[in-house]
Design a protein around this ligand. Structure first.
Ligand SMILES: [Ca+2]
Ligand SMILES: [Ca+2]
Length: 338
């Protein structure tokens, strides 16, 4: 009778998940699509879905020839009118050569190009939307030539470059600097890393295991310092040495980094996107999954198998939350709250 109260007193305060965890709902097959994006174009609280097939984006009420393969998508209100735009970066890809890299904003009235760049390798690899009154800011990461990748702010049609690194596939802007990740190290076939580069010039290597393929920031504990989620474990011989993990680096430097997900069956986590309710959408090379907290910690909820070129977005549909996955066929995966 003595022990119980003592144990109770030693318990740390329970931290509740941001919202009840998701469970897998109905999966519906849809017509073939090369890419998909979602945004609330008309501001009614329900997302419009933009499906892309053979370079043409179509949504309820409009279509736009994008003139390239879709590489990255996101969403935000870039002109500050209270309605979202779908952000779609395009460039070269399977069967598509000799096109510039472009960043499109698709709104209710149609598409317009926010940024465009020609060069040896027209490829956008990462995009982050930073909310701001009067118009969200866009941090875009793209190849400048065959190897050099630049990350910076899209400003009046140009890129205001913050960092350049060889073969980086992910950068994340933070309040006081930028996270720069690399697939490979300075020598060929050596592991890459993720480095915090402060606006004051300080550099701090983050505790990853190997090269980093994707990165996202999300303030999980609400202390104003975002946690970093890094798709770790890249290896040049990924067929044999795949380690498709996600490492979380807490915003509080006193807390240790930890592995929060492993996508068994995939050789890499290719993309990580923060969802509005504190969960994350993971796209592995072979599957799409949700990473979320339940009463016992971080848990992976597998959604559907997917190929390396399939792409996935979260959408708030009239029927409820869903994940849309492009491919042959495309899929709509309903999410239910447990
Ligand atoms: Ca809408
Ligand atoms: Ca807008």
């Amino acid at each position: 009778m003595f022990l119980l109260p003592l144990l109770a007193a030693c318990q740390p305060a329970a931290v509740a998940p941001v919202s009840p965890p998701y469970a897998l709902g109905a999966v519906e097959e849809l017509p073939v699509a090369d890419a998909v994006a979602a945004a609330d174009l008309d501001g009614d609280g329900v997302d419009e879905v933009i499906w892309v097939r053979e370079g043409v984006a179509r949504w309820s009420g409009g279509e736009q020839d994008l003139g390239g393969r879709v590489q990255v998508v996101d969403r935000g209100d870039v002109d500050g009118d209270g309605r979202e735009e779908a952000l779609i970066a395009t460039g070269v890809g399977r069967g598509v050569r000799d096109v510039p890299a472009r960043l499109w904003a698709i709104g209710a009235d149609g598409g317009r190009v926010l940024w465009e760049q020609s060069g040896a390798r027209p490829q956008v690899v990462d995009l982050h939307v930073v909310p701001q009154t009067g118009g969200d800011r866009l941090f875009l990461v793209a190849f400048e030539d065959e190897r050099m990748v630049a990350g910076g702010w899209v400003q009046d049609g140009a890129l205001d470059v913050v960092e350049r690194t060889n073969l980086s596939l992910a950068m994340v802007p933070l309040q006081d600097g930028v996270i720069v990740s690399r697939l490979y190290g300075d020598e060929p076939k050596t592991p890459g890393d993720a480095v915090f580069v402060g606006s004051d010039g300080t550099r701090r290597t983050l505790p990853t295991h190997r090269g980093v393929r994707a990165a996202e920031a999300l303030d999980v504990d609400g202390d104003g310092r975002p946690e970093l989620f890094l798709a770790d474990g890249w290896h040049h011989a990924y067929g044999e040495h795949a380690d498709p993990t996600v490492v979380m680096v807490p915003g509080d430097p006193a807390l240790p980094a930890r592995t929060v997900a492993r996508l068994d069956g995939s050789y890499a986590v290719m993309a990580i996107d923060a969802l509005p309710d504190g969960a994350l959408l993971l796209r592995g090379s072979r599957q799409v999954a949700i990473l979320q907290r339940d009463a016992l910690g971080w848990a992976v909820l597998p959604l559907v198998d997917a190929s390396e070129t399939d792409q996935a977005v979260f959408a708030k549909l009239a029927e409820g939350p869903a994940v849309l996955v492009s491919g042959t066929p495309a899929r709509q995966v309903r999410l239910q709250h447990r």
